[in-house]
Design a protein around this ligand. Structure first.
Ligand code: SF4
Length: 706
């Protein structure tokens, strides 16, 4: 029946999944999304991947939370090692009115603050929420809780990249948009799997390669981008610094550095040059597994082209040496002057749709909005004035990061949490430890759209709005601030996140009354110079404006650092790095390596995509990608159940024969609650970015279930 499939409404918005930020149109009938079409946004030009095109019906899933829930007095005791069953929600929770739930949630948090002090509370916001929601969330923690214990999943993805970028070039965001790959002569993609994680961005890389750009893919796992590459370097896991220092050694010894750039725009080069002298390609070849001639060839290619660009992902960042990895990439660009022009620069591919914006908006424990450090003199007073609070209300010490919060709970210093849209019970390393911590809280408030593994441990659950049910701005990996427009009404009694945050704020003593996201955005502009020139009206008209945009009417700057870097004296800084091994190496007991990541069809902890009919049908079951020879050595066949164990936990899942990883390295996606692989991962942290080592830990594997 054509009448059933003809939309009665079309709403232009943005994809809710990855940081590429594809613009799309929702086609709606009777408050349901019928289908999605790509539109001509600056990052996608009409293209969408399978998630953007088919991953929308989670919003209509029967598991949606539609009533506030309060933990029953006779509920089973909270246990970290629970088994999730959304069908049995009423064994644990009872429905409540909004007033009852908000009073229980807000007053419970206020009681802990007043009894145990302001650092006894912590909040995790979400990179899936809008800039306005992120901003209000961190403002609530800072002014309502009174501490900087606020963080989100950037700590789990690019925190080390941001630490290195802020230190080296003064800005944690990208220097050039993805689309610049089409203007580059040479593109290095390292530690990233864009065909899976940034699929539309990958199409631009493939187009560029087809048009003559020399694409160099460097990764221990052979991605689907590798066949399009001019050179593919399958270096050994955990040897990034060896490979990159050997490239820099070549550039130095062959006189390929850009002396004029180094002298006019950087500091610290001599120390870097001294450091890489010890890393000849011959010495590093056996360590990283790439022959010396190839290392030299790629180094020359990168250094001598008219425009070379580097893009990277979490293969670089999720190591205890993640900051060092990123420091090497920054040094490569600086020593060759490959930054500040079209087709050059540094691009950490940001994961979630708004991880860039959430970080910009201050959802991090050491910085206020726009990366203004909480302990820089004058900054606290500036925000106290902007927020109309006594400066003493605001903590002048950095707060706890994601993994540190879990440790603090078990140490007894953090007793209450407010978690909006994140699922640390699935996403944190050593997930059993994280679940034990969440279960040990005196008071946990979770705001989400589904009964996630984290929500199961809550005292109060506040049913929130899905992406298409609200309006807000989202900042993509290219620094484009884009408008997502409301297309649906939330189901049942679910409410918009901005409303819920404000209701909780009132119960913490804050008299907020923002009527529309535009009012929050206007306040943000007043505290964030980078977006000061972007008006809501302009976003309504243009849908997308790139920051920095400091003056109204300014075009925005897709390419930055053209003349100087935002550091003292306008100069970038070289920071040398040496080889630091992974925290947990294979040994006789645990002889294999675990690498975790995502699949094309699923997103993060799977709470949305596994409730999407098409995506779940494509990848319905938990799988481990095992090299065929390793599987044969186990005596197994594709499809057999295998049990993977580390020193921290054990899961059973199906083996898939896959030779994209080297022998001895097993890849497992982290989206399957039935086989939550983060029970196995290592919580050891990079000392600078405080990011866990998701890309390397020691495991053993055997055939059969647990
Ligand atoms: Fe959405 Fe990313 Fe796919 Fe674009 S590439 S449609 S933003 S998931």
């Amino acid at each position: 029946d054509a009448a059933l499939t003809v939309p009665d409404k079309q709403v232009d918005s943005v994809c809710p999944y990855c940081g590429v930020g594809c613009q799309l149109t929702y086609n709606i009938k009777d408050n349901r999304i019928l289908y999605v079409e790509g539109r001509d946004g600056p990052a996608n030009h009409g293209r969408l991947c399978v998630k953007g095109r088919y991953g929308f019906d989670y919003a209509h899933h029967p598991h949606r939370l539609t009533k506030p829930l309060i933990r029953r007095a006779d509920a089973p005791a909270k246990r970290g090692d629970f088994t999730m069953d959304p069908e049995r929600v009423y064994d644990v929770f009872r429905e409540a009115t909004w007033d009852e739930a908000l009073d229980a949630a807000g007053l419970g948090l206020a009681r802990i603050r007043d009894t145990h002090g302001r650092r006894s509370l912590a909040g995790f916001g979400s990179a899936k929420c809008s800039n306005e929601e992120a901003y209000l969330f961190q403002k609530l923690v800072r002014t309502g809780f009174g501490s900087n214990n606020v963080d989100h999943c950037t700590r789990l993805c690019h925190a080390s990249s941001v630490a290195a970028l802020l230190e080296g070039i003064g800005s944690g965001a990208v220097s050039n948009p993805v689309m610049d790959v089409t203007r580059a002569e040479v593109v290095i993609v390292i530690g990233a799997n864009p065909t899976v994680n940034h699929p539309v961005a990958a199409t631009w890389m493939k187009n560029a390669a087809a048009a003559g750009t020399k694409l160099v893919v460097c990764d221990p796992r052979r991605s689907d981008l590798a066949p399009h590459a001019h050179r593919y370097l399958q270096f050994k896991p955990d040897t990034d610094v060896a490979l990159l220092n050997a490239m820099m050694h070549t550039i130095v010894t062959e006189g390929l550095v850009d002396r004029a750039f180094i002298e006019s725009r950087t500091i610290g080069y001599d120390e870097l040059e001294r450091n890489v002298a010890d890393y000849s390609p011959e010495q590093m070849a056996p360590i990283c597994g790439i022959d010396a001639d190839t290392i030299r060839y790629v180094a020359r290619l990168y250094a001598t082209s008219k425009a070379s660009m580097i893009l990277w992902g979490m293969g670089i960042s999720q190591h205890v040496h993640g900051t060092d990895n990123a420091r090497c990439l920054i040094a490569l660009a600086l020593m060759t002057g490959q930054i500040g022009r079209p087709g050059t620069g540094l691009h950490p591919l940001r994961g979630q749709n708004n991880v860039q914006g959430a970080s910009d908006a201050g959802l991090i424990p050491m910085m206020y909005p726009d990366y203004q450090r909480v302990n820089t003199p004058g900054v606290r007073d500036k925000f106290a004035q902007a927020w109309n609070v006594d400066p003493a209300t605001l903590d002048d010490q950095p707060g706890l990061t994601v993994v540190e919060v879990m440790d603090a709970i078990l140490a007894g210093s953090v007793k209450g949490m407010y978690i909006m849209g994140e699922n640390p019970a699935m996403s944190d390393p050593d997930a059993n430890h994280a679940r034990d911590a969440l279960a040990a809280l005196d008071h946990l408030v979770v705001q989400d759209i589904f009964l996630t593994e984290t929500a199961y441990l809550a005292d109060v659950i506040l049913p929130a709005s899905a992406f298409p049910e609200k309006t807000g701005t989202f900042t993509n990996t290219d620094r484009m601030v884009q408008l997502g427009r409301q297309a649906l009404a939330p189901p049942g009694d679910a409410r918009q996140d901005l409303w819920i945050i404000q209701q909780l704020a009132r119960r913490l003593g804050l008299a907020w009354n923002y009527g529309h996201p535009a009012e929050v955005f206007d306040e943000m502009r007043g505290t964030m110079p980078s977006i000061a020139g972007i008006t809501w009206d302009r976003l309504e008209r243009e849908s997308s404006v790139t920051y920095p945009c400091t003056e109204e009417g300014a075009a925005g700057e897709p390419i930055v650092f053209t003349e100087q870097f935002p550091l003292q004296g306008g100069r970038a800084r070289f920071v040398p790095a040496d080889i630091i091994p992974a925290d947990e190496r294979p040994d006789d007991e645990y002889p294999l390596v675990l690498i975790t990541g995502r699949q094309l069809e699923h997103w993060h902890t799977g709470s949305m995509t596994r409730r999407t009919v098409v995506l779940d049908a494509l990848e319905p079951d938990p799988v481990a990608l095992v090299h065929p020879l390793d599987l044969a050595a186990l005596g197994g066949q594709p499809g057999d159940v295998v049990t993977i164990e580390s020193r921290r936990g054990r899961v059973a899942l199906y083996a898939r024969a896959d030779d994209s990883s080297p022998r001895g390295a097993i890849f497992v996606p982290f989206c399957y609650y039935e086989a939550a692989i983060n029970k196995l991962t290592n919580p050891a942290l990079d000392p600078f970015g405080k990011i866990p080592e998701f890309k390397y830990c020691a495991i053993r594997v055997r055939l059969g279930g647990t």
